[in-house]
Design a protein around this ligand. Structure first.
Ligand code: NAD
Length: 249
C-alpha cells in the first residue's frame, strides 16, 4: 500500500532552525515523523521544535555543528537513544560567502565547502549504520540551482555540484540496503533573506523564471516529503529542480 504518511519514522534535518530547514522539519512532522531538529544556533532549533509541538508533532533540538565529525557522531547516537531509530536524513544546513574569484579568500572557499558539502558526507557516514536498519532509509540532500554555476558563487556552486556527485555515488553504494539518496535543487525561494534582495535583482530573477514567481518554502518541503515517503521508494540518485522551470542563474 502506497502512503504519504511518515508515521513511525524518525527524521534528522540539519540546519532546521533556518528558513527552509524549519519548513522541511514541520512538513515531515506533519506527515507523522518524529524529528531531530539540528541547528548550530540551538535556540533556533528549539523554536522549530516548539512549532512542531504546536502542530501536534514530536521533535527534539540538537545544537551540533555538522562540520564537526565528533559532534555529528553524538547527534546520530542521540537519534538512536531518544527515538530508537533513524530513517530519514535531510542534509539541509548550508550557506554562502559570495565573492568574485580574485576576491575570494581561502576561508570563503573552505567554510562554504565544509558546510555545504563536507557536512553532508560527515552526516551521511554517521547515519548510514542506522539507515541500514530501517526498511525505508532515505537521504535527501538540499543543493541549489547554483550547482549549474553562478557569478560570484564559485565556492557555493562547486560545493553544491559536489553534493550532486555525493548523491549519485552514495545512492549506488547504499542501493543494496534499500536506502535511496536524492537531491532537491531549489531555485529562487521567498524567505526573509530573499526579501532583502535589491528590487532590480529580484525582478530580474523572477523574469528569468519561466513560472514568473519565487518558490515557497512549502514548494521545497513538499519535494523533500516526496523523496522521504513511500511514494519515492524506487527513485534514487535523482536531482529534482524545484525552480519554476528555471535551469540556471
Ligand atoms: N533560501 C533559498 O533561496 C535557497 C535557495 C537554494 C538553495 N538553498 C539551500 O537550502 C538550504 C537552507 O537554506 P536557508 O535559506 O534555509 O538557509 P538559512 O541560513 O536560513 O538556514 C541555515 C541554517 O543552518 C544553520 N547552520 C549553519 N552552519 C551550521 C553548522 N555548521 N551546523 C549546524 N547548523 C548550521 C544556521 O544556523 C541556519 O539556521 C541550504 O543548503 C541552502 O544552500 C536555499
Amino acid at each position: 500500500m502506497v502512503s504519504i504518511s511518515l508515521a513511525g519514522r524518525v527524521a534528522l534535518v540539519t540546519g532546521a532552525g533556518g528558513d527552509l530547514g524549519r519548513g522541511i522539519a514541520l512538513c515531515l512532522a506533519r506527515a507523522g515523523a518524529r524529528v531531530l531538529v539540528n541547528d548550530r544556533a540551538l535556540e533556533r532549533a528549539q523554536r522549530t521544535c516548539e512549532m512542531v509541538s504546536e502542530a501536534g508533532g514530536a521533535a527534539l533540538a540538537d545544537g551540533s555543528d555538522v562540520t564537526d565529525a565528533a559532534a555529528v557522531a553524538t547527534m546520530t547516537a542521540r537519534a538512536q537513544q531518544e527515538f530508537g531509530r533513524l530513517d530519514i536524513l535531510v542534509n539541509n544546513a548550508g550557506g554562502i560567502r559570495d565573492a568574485l574569484i580574485e576576491r575570494m579568500s581561502d576561508a570563503d572557499w573552505d567554510q562554504v565547502c565544509n558546510l555545504n558539502l563536507k557536512a553532508a558526507f560527515v552526516c551521511a557516514r554517521a547515519a548510514t549504520p542506522l539507515l541500514r536498519r530501517s526498511s525505508a532509509g532515505r537521504v535527501v540532500n538540499i543543493a541549489s540551482m547554483a550547482y549549474r554555476g553562478n557569478v560570484g558563487q564559485s565556492n557555493y556552486a562547486a560545493a553544491k555540484a559536489g553534493l550532486v556527485g555525493l548523491t549519485r555515488s552514495l545512492g549506488l553504494e547504499l542501493a543494496r540496503d534499500g536506502i535511496t539518496v536524492n537531491c532537491v535543487a531549489p531555485g529562487l525561494i521567498e524567505t526573509p533573506k530573499s526579501a532583502s534582495l535589491p528590487d532590480a535583482v529580484r525582478e530580474r530573477l523572477i523574469r528569468t523564471t519561466p513560472m514568473r514567481r519565487m518558490g515557497t518554502i512549502d514548494d521545497i518541503a513538499h519535494a523533500v516529503l516526496f523523496f522521504a515517503s513511500d511514494l519515492a521508494a524506487f527513485a534514487s540518485r535523482q536531482v529534482l529542480h524545484v525552480s519554476g522551470g528555471m535551469e540556471g542563474f
